[in-house]
Design a protein around this ligand. Structure first.
Ligand code: EPU
Length: 338
């Protein structure tokens, strides 16, 4: 078993933080992973399950074992008249899976184009963008219990998906390593164009009936224009979640601000874009040392090059405090602290 010591995680986190793991293991097969977990039971080190590293903030060196999902493979496992069922290994790059399905002309995950991260991490936080979420296409996943080494299957119901949330972020946190995910895609066109920016961009190109490839390309363009490329500017996408507040809160804000963006949730609540709240507090484009809130999207915190995880964490706490002070609203992190 290839366990590496004092291993730099620089290439494996999109914040580009140069922290080290005391022990690192690249998991590629069931037998190896099983014996790793068995061996781990005999030690007292903490363990962290790493995917694409696009939703974590490394606060310092990790004094334990990092298990990196490197399971590979994408295949069609079933098909009926209307659907194709695709199983992808947890260590595949999410966007590679999207392009594989889009290239075949299958519909379902094109709106989730260019979301950084791995397939195995997608269900953990039920990734979503532009009016689509993983849960809309999810069928089942296979995961290994990190204590017993046993494989288990989780259906849609078992995963308890919510907004950027699942059972794997709650009760079962750290307890399952995701080996593969199966999704259901449609053979017939099912464009999801409710998100304004997509329609606008397709209109500008004169496209009335977009193909799945054209939608994917459009989403890639929109994302690239708004979100920084981690290779150039370290970041983990949205650092915080959007917030759900009672409708009365929105009415109160509308008394003070001309235009308050919001999305309906149910008859009592609305979702407010946390990026807007942060911008109102004056953080958008503001730089603090090697860190800052991105100039085109205040919800994205960035590493200008040499920031430590602690410095980014510190900035996030200051932002949280100022949103609480100005709006009386508690915002919560989307990223996982390690
Ligand atoms: N806004 C501002 N100022 C800002 C940022 C946003 O005023 O600095 C307001 C604008 O009114 C804008 C609205 O917020 O219209 C929404 O902004 P945006 O469309 O960029 O989306 P978001 O709500 O900030 C969410 C997801 C993103 C996803 C986009 C598009 C969360 C936490 N984030 O962001 O997901 O790509 O919608 O669907 O739900 C991620 O999770 O890492 C991520 C990037």
């Amino acid at each position: 078993m290839q366990i590496q010591e004092n291993f730099s995680l620089l290439a494996f986190n999109t914040f580009n933080i140069d922290s080290k793991a005391a022990y690192y293991y690249a998991a590629e097969d069931i037998a190896g992973l099983k014996s790793l977990f068995k061996q781990q039971q005999e030690t007292s080190y903490p363990m962290f399950l790493l995917g694409g590293g696009s939703n974590i903030l490394l606060l310092g060196d990790y004094e334990g074992l990092v298990v990196h999902n490197q399971f590979k493979g994408i295949k069609v496992v079933a098909e009926d008249e209307q659907h194709i069922y695709v199983e992808a290994a947890g260590g595949e790059v999410w966007h590679d899976l999207v392009r594989y399905t889009v290239d075949h002309g299958w519909w379902g995950i094109e709106n989730l184009s260019l979301i950084p991260g791995s397939v195995g991490a997608a269900p953990i936080q039920n990734i979503g963008a532009y009016g689509a979420e993983l849960k809309d296409v999810f069928v089942t996943l296979i995961a290994m219990n990190t204590s017993t080494g046993k494989l288990a299957e989780f259906t849609l119901h078992d995963c308890d998906f919510g907004y950027r949330d699942s059972i794997f972020k709650q009760e079962l946190k750290g307890q399952y390593f995701i080996i593969s995910v199966t999704i259901r895609l449609s053979k017939a066109p099912q464009p999801k164009l409710s998100y304004g920016a997509i329609n606008k961009s397709l209109e500008q190109k004169g496209i009335k009936e977009p193909t799945v490839l054209q939608i994917s390309d459009t989403i890639c363009e929109i994302r690239s224009s708004k979100l920084p490329d981690p290779k150039e500017l370290g970041n983990s996408g949205s650092f915080f979640k959007n917030v759900i507040v009672p409708k009365e809160k929105l009415a109160e804000l509308e008394g003070h601000y001309e235009k308050v963006p919001s999305y309906p949730v149910d008859e009592h609540s609305v979702k407010l874009p946390t990026g807007w709240l942060i911008e109102q507090c004056g953080w958008k484009g503001k730089r603090v040392g090697q860190t800052g809130a991105y100039a085109k999207q205040a919800l994205v915190l960035v590493n200008y090059g040499q920031a430590t995880g602690r410095e980014i964490f510190q900035l996030s706490e200051e932002i949280k405090d100022s949103v609480r002070e100005k709006f009386g609203i508690d915002i919560s992190r989307e990223v996982t602290l390690v």
